[in-house]
Write a protein that binds this ligand. Structure first.
Ligand SMILES: [Zn+2]
Length: 73
C-alpha cells in the first residue's frame, strides 16, 4: 500500500507538514483533519484548481503555479 493513502491523501500531506511544528502526530493529524473538513478551505482549493484548469491566474499571491507561469522559472 502506498503512502499517503490515495483516499485520504490531502489530510496526510498536511499532517506530515504540521507534524514538523507540533509535539505529536496525533495533534498534527487532528489539525490536518480540521483544515480538510473546513468548507471555506475546500471552496478555495476548488476555486484555485478551477482557475488553473481554465488557464487563468487564481489571484493568490503565494501561488507557486501562477508565479511560475509569470516568470517562467
Ligand atoms: Zn495560481
Amino acid at each position: 500500500m502506498s503512502y499517503p493513502p490515495a483516499d485520504d491523501r490531502l489530510r496526510h500531506l498536511l499532517a506530515q507538514r504540521i507534524n514538523c511544528h507540533v509535539d505529536t502526530w496525533k495533534l498534527a493529524f487532528f489539525i490536518a483533519g480540521a483544515i480538510v473538513d473546513d468548507s471555506d478551505v475546500q471552496d478555495e482549493i476548488e476555486r484555485i484548481g478551477a482557475a488553473h484548469a481554465r488557464g487563468q491566474h487564481c489571484g493568490d499571491r503565494h501561488c507557486p503555479a501562477c508565479f511560475k507561469a509569470v516568470t517562467g522559472a
